[in-house]
Design a protein around this ligand. Structure first.
Ligand code: ATP
Length: 247
């Protein structure tokens, strides 16, 4: 279990997270939703150790990791795929994925292309192509494969659908569903595509101004008015737009 208790964090004099309690088990997908600026990316950065919590505790499988470096957390099996994917454009698909092996020394004995090949067809199809030449959806596959090749216990995804077309977003969510089906990894999914994230997730947290305002089974969170309220009508207007497109 990855567990945050009373976690506060921020930048300089700005407080962003104000006492977040959150858990992620190794067999679940948990969505984190909330309006722009609510603190979702800050939460992911604090959980992975890119930002140090100002107060509160973070534990992983019972061990305190509140002040552990991001590198050490990654070695212990807590990895993130950041917003924007951050691949090395001039390296090949295979070279990018291989970088993920070194993040978890001692557990990289299995050929990633065999283990992950079913989930990510791109690994076999484009292994030797430069990552910079791939489409956004293909790059997202490589970023996910790179994160998974070290066999993490917890995977944090920050806005994985960002910049993807609706069709590629559908593929992405199917891929995340496959990961959950085939690999023993807890997935924290930060997403602006709220309805899709809540469809896929087991549980969800709604974050507003650095605090959890609602948590529970994803279906209950989806059915509550709290999500719409947190987004100040954003969700409603998006659904209306989608309705118009399909008319
Ligand atoms: N490096 C930084 N320095 C100062 N303030 C920052 C920094 N990064 C983020 N912030 C501020 O922290 C707050 C929360 O930002 P954060 O990126 O965590 O929100 P978010 O919920 O992920 O939003 P979005 O959905 O737009 O990505 C915002 O007010 C933002 O301006």
């Amino acid at each position: 279990m990855l567990e945050a208790r009373g976690v506060a964090a921020g930048y300089g004099s700005v407080d962003v997270l104000r006492g977040i309690d959150l858990t992620l088990a190794q067999d679940e997908v948990v969505a984190v939703v909330g309006a722009n600026g609510a603190g979702k990316s800050t939460l992911v950065r604090t959980l992975t150790g890119l930002l140090t919590a100002r107060s509160g505790t973070i534990t992983m499988d019972g061990d305190a990791i509140t002040t552990t470096s991001a590198h050490a957390r990654a070695r212990r099996g807590l990895v993130m795929v950041p917003e924007g994917r951050r691949l090395f454009a001039s390296l090949t698909v295979q070279e990018n994925v291989d970088l993920g092996r070194s993040a978890r020394a001692g557990r990289s004995d299995v050929d990633p292309f065999e283990v992950l090949g079913d989930i990510f067809p791109i690994l076999a199809e484009r292994a030797h192509q430069r990552a910079g030449l791939l489409s956004g959806g293909e790059q997202q596959q490589v970023a996910l494969a790179r994160a998974l090749v070290g066999r993490p216990r917890y995977l944090l995804l920050d806005e994985p659908s960002l910049g993807l077309s609706p069709a590629l977003t559908t593929r992405l969510f199917q891929t995340v569903a496959k990961i959950r089906e085939h690999l023993p990894v807890g997935i924290l999914l930060v997403e602006q595509m709220v309805d899709r994230a809540l469809e896929l997730a087991d549980r969800a947290y709604v974050i507003e101004r650095g605090q959890v305002v609602l948590e529970g089974p994803a279906s209950e969170v989806a059915a509550s008015g709290e999500v719409q309220r947190a987004y100040l009508g954003e969700v409603g207007s998006r659904e209306e737009q989608r309705g118009e497109e399909t008319r």
